[in-house]
Design a protein around this ligand. Structure first.
Ligand SMILES: [Zn+2]
Ligand SMILES: [Zn+2]
Length: 167
């Protein structure tokens, strides 16, 4: 997908529109390799501003990606739907076309959530014993710091304390 810069320069202010699908297999996002499922649907519009010698570009992307849950690493399918508006300077572009692929990729990256979750209340993996808390309790050797926030535990703690004081 691309815009013809000569045609745009010849008609300042006129809005050009393209729509189509772009095949992206993976996106690199902060070191995470994000797998893209199926084509990314993109709609773009642009017009040339003669006085500024710039193109105002709007790109709207929609696609599906696979992520790892930020708490338990389970596979998460995320729907990306993102619109971005940018200013592009044709003088900085080699050739006569404004290629949209880099903007489509950037739009997909911008649309990714920073902390994907398999479900809103994902319990995650215990950093102390490695148990997946969505499926299993802490392992017996878990060294997590114990807090007495659980009322049942605080009752137990009080009983133990009393027992200790007796002896
Ligand atoms: Zn999860
Ligand atoms: Zn644990």
């Amino acid at each position: 997908m691309r815009f013809d810069l000569d045609a745009m320069r010849a008609a300042p202010g006129k809005v050009f529109h393209v729509e189509g699908e772009e095949q992206l297999t993976t996106l690199n996002w902060r070191g995470e390799e994000v797998r893209v499922e199926g084509p990314v649907h993109a709609e773009a519009s642009a017009f040339y501003v003669g006085s500024e010698n710039q193109v105002v570009l709007t790109v709207h992307v929609r696609g599906r990606v696979h992520r790892a849950c930020s708490r338990c690493l389970a596979d998460v399918v995320e729907n990306v739907d993102k619109e971005e508006e940018l200013e592009v300077f044709p003088d900085e572009i080699q050739g006569k076309y404004l290629e949209l692929r880099p903007f489509i990729e950037a739009g997909m990256r911008l649309g990714l959530s920073t902390k994907p979750l398999c479900r809103p209340d994902c319990q995650g993996i215990c950093p102390y014993c490695g148990a997946d808390l969505n499926r299993e309790p802490h392992r017996p050797n878990c060294s997590r710091p114990r807090t007495a926030r659980d009322p049942r535990l605080s009752v137990l703690a009080t009983l133990l304390e009393e027992e200790k004081n007796k002896t």
